[in-house]
Design a protein around this ligand. Structure first.
Ligand code: SF4
Length: 150
């Protein structure tokens, strides 16, 4: 079972996409300075069943082009089922993970992948010095430059 916090619509996490953001609770990576340690507890939030996801996709379908999962790679089978459901409904998919990489099985269900833990001294995707990588899966190209403003 994957639990999520209340969903949100986001504009900057996936370039040129309007995304439904689903934050999965239960991250165990434990980055120092984590922006939201409340999501470490897997019991926080509500269950993201396939029925609940279908409701969300129906509710937001006119607004969004993409679904971004923040976490969930620790339950790969369930995550792949949910990603497949998003793709079948016609949406692009993205995963933000604090891991350095994820399995090819998960990648097969992704259009975009953000990989890498939070390192405060390196900064996030908007930093030229970031350890994190944002990858277009179809081309395997790094898209970090799209996040850098200056
Ligand atoms: S991967 Fe993200 S949610 Fe998990 S500990 Fe690191 S910053 Fe926090």
């Amino acid at each position: 079972m994957l639990n999520i916090l209340p969903p949100d619509i986001v504009f900057q996490e996936v370039p040129e996409e309007i995304s439904l953001a689903l934050t999965v609770t239960g991250c165990q990576i434990g980055c120092k300075g984590c922006h939201s340690p409340d999501i470490w507890n897997p019991h926080n939030g509500d269950s993201l069943t396939e029925i609940r996801l279908a409701e969300l996709l129906s509710q937001y379908h006119a607004l969004i082009t993409c679904v971004v999962f923040f976490g969930g790679e620790w339950q790969p089978h369930k995550l792949c089922l949910l990603l497949s459901q998003c793709q079948a409904a016609g949406f692009k998919t993205c995963l933000y993970t604090g891991e350095e990489d994820v399995s090819d099985t998960i990648k097969a269900h992704l259009d975009y992948l953000k990989a890498g833990p939070w390192r405060s001294e390196r900064g996030g995707l908007a930093s030229r010095n970031s350890n994190q990588r944002f990858i277009d899966m179809a081309s395997n190209k790094l898209l970090n430059h799209l996040f850098i403003k200056d």
